[in-house]
Design a protein around this ligand. Structure first.
Ligand SMILES: Nc1ncnc2c1ncn2[C@@H]1O[C@H](COP(=O)(O)OP(=O)(O)OP(=O)(O)O)[C@@H](O)[C@H]1O
Length: 245
């Protein structure tokens, strides 16, 4: 579903020259998989996630999603392709002056959907995340967990094949974290949506993921399998991350 071939990204830091956030690396993520990007702060996890939908353009290499090479697309074609890639953010990124329903409707309005189709799809998505009774509330009236469910409903609205989630539970308490992870798992199982999730918590990988890439200082250390909630890391940093959990 997602093929990254030798992608890299560096940034110019003021007074310090160039800094490599992601060293050239390749990853293949399968359709229907929940795939984690895991590592300590500064490992390059968020940058790598944003390379998948070209929110960050790689300095080298190619990115393909669902058979389409995004790095080869024109700007209008890329905008079109991005409509099939949902995104969920740590700080939710909801529009404060729009209701829950209007937040979920937003990507569909941008994509030019008909009003009646939007209403139907928004109702479906709010039902999926269990927020039908909050449709006319504003984000400020919601708990953190509810806000993130709105974020998930919005990401799901255009029936994407892929959802990218950037630390979606880092702002939430443990009980709310569990319920948001269950919500993502449910969406993956019911709709076969491929999910890529950034986290610095091995417990999130254990609970949710089929596989995960362990990153450190911009390098891909290894890709681990998660079987029956068990993780076996080969690299020293990977073993450290597992032990800390
Ligand atoms: N837009 C940017 N401009 C300059 N440097 C950046 C930019 N984005 C990221 N970086 C740098 O790249 C490195 C990797 O950042 P990234 O946010 O991808 O790491 P991360 O693993 O997600 O870390 P965290 O868990 O702290 O969010 C960091 O050192 C960061 O300072």
């Amino acid at each position: 579903m997602i093929v990254l071939e030798q992608v890299s990204k560096r940034y110019r830091h003021r007074d310090q020259g160039w800094f490599t956030a992601v060293e050239p690396l390749s990853l293949h993520i399968k359709a229907g998989e929940i795939f984690g990007l895991m590592g300590y702060s500064g490992a390059g996890k968020s940058t790598l996630l944003r390379l998948i939908n070209l929110l960050e353009r790689p300095d080298s290499g190619s990115v393909s999603v669902d058979g389409q090479t995004l790095t080869a697309l024109s700007a209008p074609s890329l905008r079109q392709a991005r409509q099939h890639i949902g995104m969920v953010f740590q700080q939710f990124n909801l529009l404060a002056n729009r209701t829950v329903a209007a937040n979920v409707a937003f990507p569909l309005e941008v994509a030019g959907w008909q009003r009646s189709d939007i209403e139907r799809r928004v109702a479906e998505c709010l039902d999926i995340v269990g927020l039908t009774d909050r449709a006319n509330h504003y984000p400020a009236q919601l708990s953190g967990g509810q806000k993130q469910r709105v974020g998930i409903a919005r990401a799901l609205a255009a029936s994407p094949k892929v959802i990218l989630a950037d630390e979606p539970t880092s702002a939430l308490d443990p009980a709310t974290t569990r319920s948001v992870l269950e919500c993502l798992l449910d969406i993956n199982r019911r709709f076969n949506v491929t999910i890529v999730i950034v986290t610095h918590e091995m417990s999130v990988i254990r609970r949710l993921c089929d596989r995960a890439a362990l990153l450190h200082q911009g390098k891909l250390l290894e890709v681990i399998d998660v079987k029956d909630n068990q993780i076996h890391a080969q690299s020293a940093i990977g073993q450290e991350l597992v032990q800390e959990d």
